[in-house]
Write a new protein. Structure first.
Length: 394
């Protein structure tokens, strides 16, 4: 088994981490696994599972206790991401909620905004989403067209967002908008928008290749009134805020990838050890052994790098370049590992009832969202040639 060949991971070695891991696994086995087929059929998970996660303290874990969090560091959130990924569970948009939206509010929100939203987010009684991507632009966030017109004590927002994780179930979304459009002060700002607002509409969840239990959808804004007190951070600084916080989002995607790769390998070891061909277990063939040896090696390399990145993030030292490397490399590795593992399942690997089939369909989008892997390479290259680019501008 994998534990026989992989190094012990110091990042999860404390008693607190072991207790948390046990609780997470109980949560998955008792509250999640039996509902996956139902959630996929419905195109979304239940609100009850969000509240159950909140009851167990699994949401917003690294938020301060004064705001309803557990006051833990990011490594506990990372552990939760990995454990869900090992079982191929993709419908639960907990990480976006806890590891992206909550930190936005904690770092840039007013005290009133923190008190209003963070406690009920930690309880799972408010589901959140992030409105960045638009039909006309994906990774190019400066090109957004959703417009917010200053009307004195409120903004009037018109526009559209797409591919929004947790979109259909979300009660609140942090939305990127253009402010002061057409003027010298034009820029991107972030607004806290509640879905109950008049003019805020949601599209029907998309029918996707994978992640069928995730309620990804479009959001529409038709002259939505957003109070000025719902501005997150300063006006015009939304792009800077998003660029600063994207490192955590991309690391979260990378952590999900190594968890998914580990789960795929473990399930394939189990399957090939029991499935026979030509009077011997499939694991008895050298090709099977070599393929899984290659996969396990890549997993070990990425675990080591990602554990280092997790520590850096916990200490607020993770750079955009390191996060881009993690996201790009881990998701590429994940795709290759799942593809190799599915091949070893033979025809059964193509059957939806087998977790490896779900994993194969679900993982593909990771090379696209949170910034495409092509954009990740561009960001890494900019870091490599930073001095040259600065000289060229002079």
């Amino acid at each position: 088994m994998l534990k026989n060949v992989l190094l012990e991971r110091e990042i999860y070695a404390s008693e607190e981490h072991k207790m948390m891991q046990e609780m997470i696994r109980d949560f998955i086995n008792n509250d999640v696994i039996d509902h996956i087929d139902e959630w996929e059929k419905n195109g979304m998970v239940s609100r009850e599972i969000w509240e159950r996660a909140g009851e167990l303290g699994l949401l917003c874990m690294d938020m301060p206790e004064q705001y309803g969090g557990s006051g833990l560091d990011f490594s506990f959130s990372a552990l939760f991401i990995e454990e869900l990924a090992k079982e191929g569970i993709t419908g639960l948009g907990f990480s976006l909620h806890s590891d992206i939206i909550a930190p936005y509010l904690l770092k840039y929100g007013t005290e009133a905004q923190k008190q209003k939203y963070l406690p009920i987010m930690a309880m799972g009684k408010m589901i959140t989403s992030l409105g960045m991507t638009e039909p006309n632009c994906g990774s190019d966030l400066k090109a957004i067209k959703t417009n917010a017109v200053d009307k004195g004590d409120y903004y009037l927002v018109t526009g559209q967002k797409t591919f929004i994780t947790n979109g259909y179930m979300s009660d609140m979304s942090i939305v990127a908008v253009k402010t002061n459009s057409g003027t010298e002060k034009e820029g991107v700002s972030l607004l806290i928008m509640e879905s109950k607002s008049e003019g805020f509409e949601k599209g029907i969840p998309f029918k996707k290749i994978g992640m069928k239990a995730q309620d990804t959808c479009e959001l529409f804004f038709d002259n939505v009134k957003v109070p000025k007190e719902n501005l997150l951070g300063e006006e015009g600084l939304g792009f800077k805020i998003m660029m600063t916080e994207l490192a955590r989002e991309r690391l979260s995607v990378a952590i999900n990838a190594i968890g998914g790769a580990q789960g795929a390998i473990e399930k394939t070891i189990e399957y090939t050890s029991t499935r026979t061909a030509f009077n011997q277990p499939i694991a008895g063939f050298q090709n099977t052994q070599f393929k899984l040896a290659e996969c396990a090696t890549q997993l070990q390399i990425h675990q080591t790098f990602l554990d280092r990145c997790t520590l850096l993030l916990s200490n607020h030292q993770l750079t955009a370049e390191n996060a881009s490397m993690a996201k790009y490399s881990a998701t590429e590795m994940h795709s290759k590992v799942v593809d190799e593992c599915l091949q070893l399942f033979g025809g059964y690997g193509y059957m939806w009832d087998y977790p490896i089939a779900r994993m194969y369909a679900d993982n593909r989008v990771a090379r696209i969202y949170a910034g495409t892997n092509e954009i990740m390479k561009l960001l890494i290259a900019r870091g490599l040639f930073k001095e040259l680019f600065q000289q060229m501008k002079k």
